[in-house]
Design a protein around this ligand. Structure first.
Ligand code: ATP
Ligand code: MG
Length: 482
């Protein structure tokens, strides 16, 4: 893996001005395993104002020493390179915010304040690595290990415990036993971390390829009690004869499916939470237990979860709705168009696709093999069908009322015949669908005798039915239903 010219250029300019500069953090880890980094972070002993002097086209908008240096690269990961001054760990007395940013003069001090050995590596522009804590070995063995004493490090910043779990889900490493024990011991410290920082970490975890493993580890370490305690109610809660898994296991497996399919964070969270209300609604025991109303109880519990996580309103509402309506009933031939319309109105047109994804996750998570059975495909067909305007006289620019007014006539079969005759013309040539043209035609058609008009009307009506049928067949083909 080569270091891009843009990065080298910044390192060399800093060196030319008499400073040290290294590639640092996650970017070095990515380089070592042969991946291209998502972003490039540099560290230097130059102070922010000195960095800005060297790079006039840079911005410094925080107060923790990170300057954004702009490049003219076309690659979005290289357009802004973050250059951060060496820092040392300053005490986080409230476990939330560093009390002060304290700059350091030596690289060692900066490496010592970093979270994990795999992130505490510095690389020079010639590719040589400074590794004070065995980070390269840990990367080789896929191990997440705190730098120094894990208890102290988690006391300085408790979010590091969630970062460790997130990295498991994201890159598939395992947490070293001493570090894991320290998380279990200190899990309560997470309560003091701001809700926004927890949310950002949790969303990174949820969007990871192995989010389900991350969720399991949040439970094992006791962190889950502070993040989404509602989910823990399902641990060990058996279900009825339709299920082989406990509520907790089933929720996790639904999430696993959503991960495998690469679904969005909303679908993943809704899949994880879809049965969260089951324990509180459980009646009876064993094979015949029931869970009536669990989707409503679950939606209320989900509202508490997303509120605690400070999710943006739109995202929060969507997840709540997905949980609320995940149980929708659909049987081919049994469910009417109007109840499909009601479902679409409740969940929102824009959420229909995601609702079906959650339902798939639910099915697969209970051990049933087929993701999208005939029933669900048929529902999608029905949803598409009710979402469009059918081919009918409603689409004409001249309506029955207009015709009666034009002719000074009462409602009656003759008006119906004229409408059908107009349909005939508009279906042949949609450009004729204007109020002006059709009004003229009404007057012309009215001159025809009963028999002529009835024949024209019949042709129009048949054409309309045939066109509508063709449209429906098209939608059926799209969803592979009959
Ligand atoms: P990614 O691949 O997601 O970019 P990353 O390791 O770069 O992963 P960032 O959140 O971008 O993660 O952080 C950059 C670096 O800053 C980390 O590699 C780590 O060295 C350090 N760091 C970030 N957060 C903390 C923290 N809470 N405590 C100590 N060091 C941290
Ligand atoms: Mg990074």
């Amino acid at each position: 893996m080569k270091i891009p010219a843009e990065v080298k250029n910044i390192v060399q300019k800093l060196q030319a001005a008499g400073y040290e500069a290294y590639i640092i953090g996650g970017s070095v880890r990515h380089l070592i395993v042969g991946e291209s980094p998502n972003d490039w972070d540099l560290t230097t002993n130059a102070r922010p104002e000195e960095i800005q002097k060297i790079f006039p086209d840079s911005f410094y908008e925080n107060n923790f020493g990170t300057v954004g240096v702009k490049t003219d690269s076309d690659d979005p990961t290289l357009q802004v390179i973050e250059v951060t001054t060496y820092r040392i760990e300053s005490k986080y007395t409230d476990k939330r915010h560093p009390d002060d940013v304290m700059y350091a003069d030596r690289l060692e001090d900066d490496l010592r304040r970093r979270d994990f050995t795999m992130n505490a590596l510095a690389m020079s522009e010639d590719g040589s690595v400074t590794d004070l804590f065995g980070g390269q070995g840990d990367i080789k063995n896929k191990v997440i290990r705190a730098v120094g004493d894990p208890n102290e490090r988690f006391n300085e910043d408790a979010l590091r415990m969630m970062r460790a779990v997130r990295f498991v889900a994201q890159i598939g490493f395992t947490i070293e036993s001493g570090t894991l024990e320290a998380i279990k011991k200190n899990n309560g410290l997470i309560a003091a971390v701001s809700k926004e920082r927890i949310r950002d970490e949790l969303l990174l975890l949820i969007d990871s390829p192995d989010a389900d493993s991350g969720i399991e580890i949040l439970r094992e370490t006791g962190l889950m009690k502070f993040v989404m305690p509602e989910l823990l109610e399902g641990v060990g809660v058996a279900q009825n004869k339709h299920h082989i898994y406990t509520v907790w296991e089933h929720n996790i497996k639904a999430l696993r499916y959503a991960c495998d399919k690469g679904y969005s964070a909303e679908v993943r969270l809704a899949s994880l939470l879809h049965d969260v209300g089951k324990p509180r609604s459980k009646r009876g025991d064993g094979h015949d237990s029931t869970f009536y109303g669990h989707e409503m109880i679950g939606a209320n519990m989900t509202a508490q979860v997303v509120d605690r996580l400070r999710l943006p309103l739109k995202q929060a509402e969507k997840i709540i709705k997905l949980v609320r309506y995940h149980l929708f009933y659909y049987n081919v031939g049994e469910v009417t168009e109007s109840s499909v319309r009601r479902l679409v109105a409740n969940i929102g047109k824009e959420n229909v696709e995601d609702l079906i994804k959650v339902r798939e996750a639910d099915r697969i998570g209970s051990g049933v093999p087929k993701a999208k059975p005939y029933k669900l495909r048929h529902l999608q067909f029905m949803i598409d069908k009710v979402a469009r305007d059918p081919i009918s006289p409603k689409m004409l620019k001249v309506k029955g009322d207009d015709i009666m007014r034009l002719l000074g006539a009462e409602a009656g079969p003759r008006v119906g015949m004229i409408i059908n005759a107009l349909m005939n013309e508009v279906l042949d040539d949609p450009s004729k669908n204007s109020a002006e043209y059709l009004s003229n035609r009404v007057l012309e058609l009215n001159k025809l005798d009963e028999k002529e008009l009835a024949d024209l009307g019949k042709i129009g009506r048949q054409k309309m039915l045939k066109e509508e049928e063709k449209e429906v067949v098209k939608i059926k083909e799209k969803h592979y239903v009959e």
